[in-house]
Structure formats: C-alpha cells, structure tokens
Design a protein around this ligand. Structure first.
Ligand code: UD1
Length: 360
C-alpha cells in the first residue's frame, strides 16, 4: 500500500512526525510505502527544515517549492503540481493534514484523479467563514473519503454535516508528539536561548492569523496590549507578523516585548511548559498549553478546540483590551479533562488506513 502524506506548513510537520512515529509503533511498516510530498508553502529554514531535523521526519520525496502568493494563486499552483506528482507516483491513499491551502489543494488534486483521500484532524470548525482555514477544513472534509477525527466533538460536528459514515475517531496526533517531546525534554532539557528573561514568570506569545495581522489598527492594538503586560513577553515572530508589522510601522520591540525568531519545536514545548501564561491565536499552541498545564489567552472570537475552554484553562479574548485583562487573570484551579486522546493517535491512523476497503 502506497500512502502519500502532503504537508506544507509548520503545524503539518508536527502532525507528520506523529504519523511517522505511529507507523513505526504500529508494526505495519512492512508492506506500507509512505512518501512525503512538501508543497513548499513554508520555506524558511526555521519554519520548515528544522522541524524535519528535530522531529526525525524523513526527507520529502518531492518538494514543489510553492510558497507565497494569494490564496487562489498559491492553492492553484499546488493543485497543478500535486496532480502531476499523484499521476507519477499513483498512491493508494493521499493523506492530508489540518486546514491549510496545502491541505485543500492535495484533497482536490487526489479526488479528481479518483485516488482515495484521508483527512487527518477532520471535523474541526470555528464557524467563522472569514477564516481561510475554515474554508479549507469544510471543503476538505466533504471531498475526503475517510475522516480521521481528533475528538468526540469533531465526530459530532461531522455527523451534523452528514459525514458520520466516513468518520473514525483516532485521537489527536499533536498530543502524541507534544507528550513525547515533553518527556524527552525532561530527560535532556534543550538549551534555552540566551538573552531572554526566562528565570522568573514570563508570557509566551505568538500571533500569525490573517484576522489579527492583516489590519493595521488590529495588529497595533494587539501588540500594544502585549507590550503593556506586567511580566516580560517572549514573542516568537512568525514571518507573516514580521512582514505585516513592518508594513504598518508597528514596533515589535516595545514595552514588555522580547521578539525572537520562530522556535524549533522542542524549545517551543519547553517554553510553553515553563511560561506562566501563553497568549496566541494558534490552534496548536492553545492545545499544547492545555496539555502542558499552562493557562492560555486566545486572541480570537472562537476556538476549534472548545475542550480547552472548559474550566478556564483557555479564555477567548476578542479585543486587545480583553487580551490585556485575560493575560493577568488568576490561575485556574479546576482540573483539566484529558480530551485529546492517549498519545497513540498516530498508530490508529495506520490501523484505520490498513483496515479500510479503498472506496469504489
Ligand atoms: C499558514 C496557514 C495557517 C497555519 C499557518 C501556520 C493557510 C491558509 N494558512 O498561514 O492555517 O496556521 O500557516 O504557520 O494555509 N512566509 C515566509 N516564510 C515561510 C512561510 C511563510 O516568508 O517560511 C511568508 C509567506 O510568503 C507569506 C506569509 O509569510 O507572505 C504568510 O505565509 P502563508 O503560508 O501564506 O500563510 P501563514 O500565515 O503562514
């Protein structure tokens, strides 16, 4: 059985690491030819290469080198490139991850060639139709033959859209890797970057979503809110935030802020665990903070991971003043409910793929 995993953006490399680990753990390696195709959506070494190295992911068989451009152009160029790859490599399954333009392009390219598509992290919804990720999720779920869902809630949302008979609950693959890396960090802590105020309480922050970065007033208010926090704020700067803040003349080096380049995954896990608060608009980081027991403030109006909002471990902060208030709230005391699986979702992905009859 030949399976092609299509990835392109940073969070997909983390999910791919869990899928690779799951394949090794499943004992199904023999008879499975797993190839990785990288669209090139993320291309900076710190956004891509370092993840392959740190998380021991095999080199992609193909890298299409398609980064940048508008949504239509980027997705369209990927669709053209992936179609050719799938025709040449004739996979039995195409496995797509999450909600990026790379996910949607791969799902469309495969379905049009009648190649079965499995969508990992299916069934997440924000119900915010202004988010590019929401279009990508909904369209990919409906184009796919097999929906690998991370949570009971995702299963319920898929059923609401008439997709229950294609859905299988496997658990959350990012939890697999977060737990594995956190255990490895405990055994051999990664060296911390110098020049940062990490000895006392600190906030770890990231912002990258189009809704937060593409409007000059919004980005300037959010950055000012972070800069006004009483504790130091380590701000890991995504390329989109870097370019938009420059464009809008917003300094990332003001008040409490300590801007740094994007971090390798093991270091990100370590800083998330050590931080007294996380402020983010990333889906993955909200969940990692929850898993590692660090309270989180989410600079958005909704979350695809509502389980993190129970008991106050994660709080939605729609406006910049909400962010400033929520980031200094008292620590939650209620216990966290383990909603994201047991750390073996990657193995179940392969068991499920193996057990499926390819769709007619
Ligand atoms: C994409 C995903 C988003 C995901 C995020 C993780 C879509 C629609 N969005 O958003 O869901 O949460 O990745 O990071 O697919 N850039 C660089 N170097 C890089 C990567 C990007 O300079 O390595 C630049 C791009 O050229 C572009 C901007 O950053 O100007 C945004 O990149 P893009 O891949 O379009 O979207 P993200 O904001 O990263």
């Amino acid at each position: 059985m030949r399976v092609i995993s299509v990835v392109g953006a940073r969070p997909q490399f983390v999910k791919l690491a869990a899928v690779e680990k799951g394949l090794a753990d499943s004992g199904l390696c023999e008879g499975i030819d797993h190839l990785v195709v990288h669209t090139g959506q993320h291309f900076d070494a710190g956004m891509s290469e370092v993840f392959f190295t740190d998380l021991a992911i095999p080199e992609p068989a193909v890298n299409l080198g398609i980064g940048g451009g508008g949504h239509g152009e980027q997705t369209g160029r990927m669709l053209v490139g992936l179609e050719e790859v799938f025709i040449n490599l004739r996979p039995d399954w195409v496995l797509v991850y999450g909600d990026t333009n790379s996910t949607l392009a791969a799902a469309i390219a495969a379905v049009k060639l009648h190649i079965p598509v499995a969508h990992l992290e299916a069934g997440l919804r924000s119900f915010n139709r202004r988010m590019p990720e929401e279009h990508n999720r909904v369209l990919t779920d409906h184009a796919s033959d097999l929906l690998l869902a991370p949570t009971e809630n995702a299963m319920r949302l898929l059923a609401n859209e008439g997709l229950a008979d294609r859905a299988v609950l496997v658990g959350d693959v990012m939890t697999d890797i977060c737990l594995a890396v956190s255990r490895a960090n405990e055994a051999a802590p990664p060296p911390l970057p110098g020049g940062l105020p990490l000895a006392g309480p600190f906030v770890l922050a990231t912002l990258h979503r189009a809704e937060n970065t593409d409007d000059g007033q919004r980005i300037s208010e959010l950055i000012a809110a972070l800069a006004s926090l009483p504790d130091p704020v380590v701000l890991a700067v995504h390329p989109r935030l870097r370019s938009r803040s420059t464009e809008f003349g917003v300094s990332l080096d003001q008040g409490s802020l300590h801007p740094i380049d994007p971090l390798p995954y093991p270091l990100m896990v370590e800083l998330t665990r050590r931080a007294s608060m996380v402020v983010t608009d990333s889906g993955g980081l909200q969940k990692e903070a929850f898993i590692l027991g660090t309270p989180c403030t989410t600079a958005r109006t909704e979350s695809e991971w509502p389980e993190t909002l129970e008991a106050g471990w994660n709080v939605l902060a729609p406006s910049a003043s909400d962010v400033a208030a929520a980031a200094v709230r008292p620590l939650p005391t209620a216990p966290r409910r383990g909603a994201f699986g047991d750390g073996h979702a990657g193995r179940r992905v392969w068991e499920t793929l193996r057990s499926q009859q390819p769709p007619a």
